[in-house]
Write a protein of this length. Structure first.
Length: 255
């Protein structure tokens, strides 16, 4: 790809992302508040089901975990059907189809960043951390790694969703169940059955929540967690980009 090609792709991405943001703002009275209400509603529901709150610090850290999970799950579900949903654009306009997932991820990630920065600031205020300079240093690393991971997942999901279109209808209740069993609500690994521990160890969404908690100091897994996460995210993006390059041409012929 030449510099001119890269510039055209970037301008197209920014233009489509801006259009998507404007469209969402026009279609919703609450706009940016909706993702906040969604994550907050899930947190309230699970806390009521659990029967305790555990204090403001725990509520905030749980909210942040729910925010990571719901952002990833919404990206996954939307990209399972992103190619069929944009069939008209794909068949009538010549452009790099991988941009569609980049736009979707970027818009959802923008909502996520705004909320997570406010949430982390509130969490540090109510739960003073003597290592807060490290939190501020490692949080940008986590945010970059999380964006790359979302992009890799989105590209992969777009290929899988084209082959298995019903998956986007089956996954939401499964993801909700996995959230209840995830590190967001099951902080102590010893308190859950071995099957749940194993599932959390192989579930990318649980691993991303774990890396986030390590970044802000909730989970004591060490300061290298966001660095390892970034390295894994870079590798995942490279593999996913190769996948869409190999598959998109054939997929777009039949959608």
């Amino acid at each position: 790809m030449t510099l001119a090609d890269f510039n055209r792709v970037m301008r197209l991405t920014v233009s489509l992302a801006g259009y998507e943001l404007l469209a969402q703002r026009k279609e919703s009275v609450l706009g940016l508040v909706w993702p906040l209400l969604q994550a907050g509603g899930l947190l309230l529901a699970f806390n009521l089901f659990r029967g305790d709150t555990g204090g403001l610090a725990l509520i905030l850290s749980t909210y942040l975990g729910v925010l990571v999970w719901t952002t990833a799950s919404t990206v996954l579900i939307s990209n399972l059907r992103i190619l069929p949903a944009n069939r008209e654009m794909i068949t009538h306009i010549a452009f790099p189809h991988a941009v569609l997932s980049v736009v979707d991820v970027s818009v959802k990630y923008l909502y996520f960043v705004v909320q997570v920065l406010v949430g982390v600031a509130a969490w540090l205020a109510v739960a003073p951390n003597e290592h807060w300079p490290l939190v501020l240093a490692y949080l940008p690393i986590y945010l970059v790694a999380f964006y790359l991971s979302l992009l890799a997942m989105a590209w992969t999901a777009s290929v899988v969703g084209a082959a298995l279109p019903d998956l986007s209808f089956l996954l939401p209740p499964v993801l909700l169940l996995l959230l209840a069993l995830s590190p967001v609500f099951q902080r102590t690994a010893e308190s859950v059955p071995w099957a749940v521990r194993l599932m959390n160890e192989i579930n990318p969404l649980s691993l991303w929540v774990d890396a986030f908690y390590a970044t802000i100091g909730v989970a004591r897994t060490g300061p290298t967690a966001p660095l390892v996460f970034l390295a894994a995210a870079c590798a995942a993006v490279a593999l996913a980009r190769g996948l869409v390059t190999a598959c998109y041409r054939e997929i777009t012929k039949v959608i």
